[in-house]
Design a protein around this ligand. Structure first.
Ligand code: CTP
Ligand code: MG
Length: 706
């Protein structure tokens, strides 16, 4: 493996962060975007306005209905103790349509125990996918995907500050230019894969704050500081106090910059000028805070030291961004070393591409494949016969009816299954008392049986050794005692050996007698405990018949329960069954949705094609000759003539229309005319800025950590 001697980066890492790498390893000049060509800004603005038309919360309706559905579900589950509020981009108006749905669940009374688990269970019953519980986070969260709409959802618990900061962001987003600027930064960050806090980059929320900071710092400011002045509005959360005051009055900016101009300034600022080691992003302050004063200076290793394996320690305050209400919360806390390198790479990349006159589309080229709508919504319909399209619509409509029938029957089946499930749960509840009674009997029976067993063993052990009954032993003892204590007949004395034998026989009888008594006692106790045991067995049997009675009564009332094994395992089976039904229902719903969408698209095309008469040639007809000639036309020249009112040929008109009219200059053509980029290059000031940073160690030679 070849490792760079200067940076320590492997070839793979060099390829992963090429712009950053070239700045770290060589002394190349960092471009400046302070003097960008005017024409370039005009073109970029046109491009941005096209993108803005495409992005937007196309799933707003799905979000609303999912929010309603989940609210109802959670309120039913927590008996109206629950309060559900949406926050994040679905309320701020800052959604690109690709973001998640953020919901906050709070409780009017006491928070139920094991709440995440309960929510996860509920969602599972609903057939939601990829359910994850994150209980250890500062704000506990359940994440999942709604199988019907495909929306990713975060339900966070008691996330009160998020509700307030979303409200404030909504205030900032009231201004069209502010909203569109933030949307473009989110668009760039999302397509370049640097907006996932979960994976070690910055959250969309953090990018929103950075964007607002930039707009507050332009001259004159584009965005106000909504937390300045005014009265404090303190709230308390878990013993901490937060000032959530937020001035929502409209703000008139004197700044005339366009979105493109603001965006180039943004990259100029954050790629090179912003000293992340000294400055903290703070929209509450309206400008950067001093990191030293805030005690948020970067500590720990540099990202480069971590990715090259020189350190395994933790980084702190790598790109400090202060939460507007929770001033102790640094949003870069989640950024990992690789994430920090990638963010810096993206800043450098954007800076370079902008300075080379590349389009905004190039700068935002997706790093991963994204499911995008085709440029031409009707591309596959243009050459089709209207009658055959109508025929297709009819077929699809018939299919929709079938899918609806399937949904209806699945819903009924699921309903039945759920009703039975509730019934089963109820039944098990009713028999629970009997069962708990049985449990306590069993709890007593277990030690009793062990004792009985023990006694039986003691008794039988003794009896095995001593076969003679106690009474006989006693008689024998009396006989021996008499014989041993009788008067001595001097003429007939026993031998000493015989006398010794009699004594030991007597002692043995004594020991046998003791053991025999023990055995008798064990037997007595055994008998007593057996009787007790029998009594317990009887009551146990009784509980069985009691349970049977309860069940019989229930089956009598609910004949559907007949033949079902009433056991917790059965409940689980029914539960799984209901979940399966839900999943099938979801699949059918999305089929229906797809079909309806396609029907709508074809109908729209038929309307356009028939009413305006602009249907393109049918498959069987010949293509128009002049279309082929369009590429030979110099489109920019034609466009310029068109915008200044000049005349042009039919050929040129066709080329112009096929390239999207006056506004749609393709980037390739733009660069091929080269005059603009040439102009830009010659006008570019030589920059003395260096790469920041912490990502890169080119902090300036003096500050270098090397
Ligand atoms: N939030 C927060 N603290 C964080 C992250 C998020 O308080 N560290 C809250 C903010 O209220 C934010 C909301 O969570 O508005 C949603 O965050 P996120 O999903 O990152 O931002 P969105 O604007 O919703 O972006 P997207 O459209 O990509 O979902
Ligand atoms: Mg969100």
């Amino acid at each position: 493996m070849t490792v760079c001697k200067t940076t320590g980066l492997t070839v793979e890492q060099q390829n992963r962060w090429p712009f950053l790498y070239s700045h770290l390893s060589t002394d190349i000049e960092i471009p400046s975007l302070t003097n960008v060509d005017e024409q370039f800004i005009i073109e970029m603005d046109k491009e941005i306005s096209k993108i803005l038309k495409k992005v937007g919360d196309g799933k707003a309706k799905s979000r609303e209905s999912l929010t309603r559905h989940l609210t109802g579900l959670l309120q039913r589950r927590f008996q109206r103790n629950a309060k559900v509020q949406a926050f994040g981009s679905s309320v701020t108006g800052l959604s690109l349509g690709t973001g998640d749905l953020d919901l906050c669940l709070s409780f009017k009374r006491e928070q139920p125990k094991k709440v995440l688990r309960k929510i996860a269970g509920l969602l599972k019953e609903e057939g939601m996918m990829d359910i994850q519980q994150i209980p250890k986070a500062k704000i506990p969260i359940v994440k999942f995907t709604d199988s019907r709409s495909g929306l990713d959802v975060d339900i966070s618990i008691e996330n009160r500050l998020a509700i307030y900061n979303s409200k404030m962001l909504k205030g900032y987003a009231q201004d069209k230019r502010v909203r569109e600027f933030i949307l473009m930064i989110k668009y760039w960050a999302s397509r370049r894969g640097i907006n996932t806090a979960f994976e070690g980059t910055l959250s969309s929320y953090a990018w929103t704050l950075i964007s607002i900071q930039h707009l507050q710092m332009t001259n004159p400011p584009v965005a106000p500081n909504r937390q300045k002045g005014g009265k404090q509005n303190l709230i308390e959360i878990n013993g901490d106090s937060f000032d959530i005051s937020n001035d929502s009055s409209p703000f008139e900016s004197k700044n005339q910059q366009t979105l493109a101009s603001l965006l180039t300034a943004f990259f100029d600022r954050f790629a090179t000028r912003w000293d992340w080691n000294e400055m903290v992003v703070s929209i509450r302050n309206g400008g950067p805070l001093n990191a030293e004063k805030k005690k948020w200076r970067h500590t720990g290793p540099l990202p480069l030291e971590i990715v090259t394996g020189q350190s395994k320690n933790r980084m702190e305050h790598i790109m400090p961004i202060e939460d507007p209400f929770d001033h102790e919360h640094d949003l870069s806390r989640v950024v990992k070393a690789e994430g920090a390198m990638t963010i810096q790479e993206e800043f450098m990349r954007a800076l370079h591409l902008l300075s080379q006159g590349k389009s905004w589309k190039d700068i935002c080229a997706p790093v991963m494949e994204i499911d995008e709508e085709p440029e031409d919504f009707f591309h596959d319909l243009r050459n089709q016969n209207t009658d055959s399209l109508k025929q297709r619509i009819e077929e699809m409509k018939a299919e929709v009816v079938q899918v609806e029938e399937r949904i209806h029957s699945l819903v009924t089946e699921r309903q039945n299954s759920k009703e039975l499930l509730d019934l089963l749960r109820g039944t098990l509840q009713e028999t629970r008392n009997v069962k708990s009674n049985r449990q306590s009997i069993l709890a007593e029976l277990r030690p009793l049986s062990m004792k009985v067993q023990e006694l039986r063993q003691t008794r039988d052990g003794i009896n095995d050794r001593i076969a003679i009954p106690t009474k006989r032993i006693q008689q024998e003892m009396v006989r021996m005692f008499d014989s041993l204590t009788a008067e001595v007949d001097v003429f007939n004395t026993q031998s000493l050996g015989r006398e010794k034998g009699d004594f030991s026989y007597f002692f043995e009888l004594q020991a046998m007698y003791k053991a025999s008594i023990e055995s008798n006692q064990a037997h007595q106790e055994f008998i007593r405990l057996r009787r007790e045991q029998n009594k317990e067995y009887k009551s146990l049997k009784n509980t069985n018949s009691q349970e049977e009675d309860v069940l019989n009564r229930l089956v009598e009332k609910n004949p559907e329960l007949k033949g079902i094994n009433l056991h917790p395992k059965t409940v689980k089976e029914f539960q799984q069954n209901a979940n399966k039904f839900q999943k099938s229902i979801n699949i059918q719903y999305s089929n229906k949705h797809e079909l309806k969408r396609e029907i709508g698209r074809i109908e729209a095309w038929i309307r356009i094609a028939t009413s305006k008469g602009n249907q393109r040639p049918r498959k069987d007809s010949k293509p128009r000759q002049n279309r082929r000639q369009a590429p030979t036309v110099n489109i920019n020249e034609v466009r310029e003539r068109a915008s200044t009112g000049g005349s042009f040929s039919l050929n040129e008109l066709d080329a112009l229309l096929s390239k999207g009219g006056i506004s749609g200059i393709e980037s390739k053509e733009k660069t091929s005319t080269s005059s603009q980029s040439e102009r830009r290059k010659s006008g570019r000031k030589k920059s003395t800025y260096r790469v920041d940073p912490r990502e890169g160690r080119k902090r300036g030679k003096k500050q270098s950590r090397n």
